[in-house]
Design a protein around this ligand. Sequence first.
Ligand code: CA
Length: 357
Amino acid sequence: MKRRDLIVGGIGAAGLAAASKTKAQKKDVFKWKMVTTWPPNFPGLGTGAMRMAKNIEAASGGRIKIKVFAGGELVPAFEVFDYVSSGGAEMGHGAAYYWRGKSEATQIFTTLPFGLNAMELNGWHYFGGGMELYRELYEDFNLRPYPAGNSGCQMGGWFKKEINSVNDLQGLKMRIPGFGGEVLRRNGGTPVAMPGAEIFTALQTGTLDAAEWIGPYNDLTFGFHKVAKHYYYPGWHEGGPTLECIVNKEAYESLPKDLQTIVDIAASATNDSMLAEFMARNSFALEQIEQMDDIKISPFPKDVMDAFKESAEEIIGEIIDKDPKFAKIYKSFSDYKKTVEKWTKISEYALLQNRYE
Ligand code: CA
């Protein structure tokens, strides 16, 4: 008898059934749906999610086919999490901090004010313990999460009036969601949460005095420069936010191992390519904005940044006191931050200082 026959003989009927099941699965075609939080064909974020779906289909030789839906097409943008969790769709793309209503800790996986940049945050996710905590938190929701994109450092936003000190924030109505919005509130402003598509009209009609969206690439597309003339930096509230792909756990487990690996790799490839796209396209768009004579691009005054930093720390302290899951994940994040900062200071930061000084 040949060695192979011996092995098959040793496996027995159950083993043979399992082996033939594996074989059958290799021919199976998995038809998946991906629901996203992005407007249709939304540049950078939506197109990045679409590229991920195409990569999975191509790498699997068509064994996984994914139909991508923009926010609102199948379910409203902010129902993506529940829909994938319940198995309505196998996959979703959005940002973890949209789900702070489920758990405050989700925000840590996206971004925190004055937090990490994209490179540092990737380090925490993949090699600093972040990913394990991310998976653990989403286990309760029947989801397998992945970092799957990053916009890089955002801009501080468009303002109709100059901001020279914290006093100029009093009564300021600004579109700035979530954590950043709470920081603004504590410094006298009125944060407004509003989908991207409504910002232009709200600025034009005076419903808003200011708005942050993403950065030059997306902001230019929406035309904010036509209705607000002061463009401030940096995006202190979103220094390198990680976008997210979520996969329904049963759907993932139903895939043979090779297809699971393709999904895993496609997510990290998207994490890479999206950041590269934002880096290049933001710089091309900034060049265009710089050529507009009526637009003033300025850094936020130091007293505003100091006040914001103090408020952000205060808010984090309050959440830690009432939310043990947040406290646990934040500890991992902030321990890593202290460590990585030492390296960033003498590597990237030192390089950039020497480039410009
Ligand atoms: Ca933003």
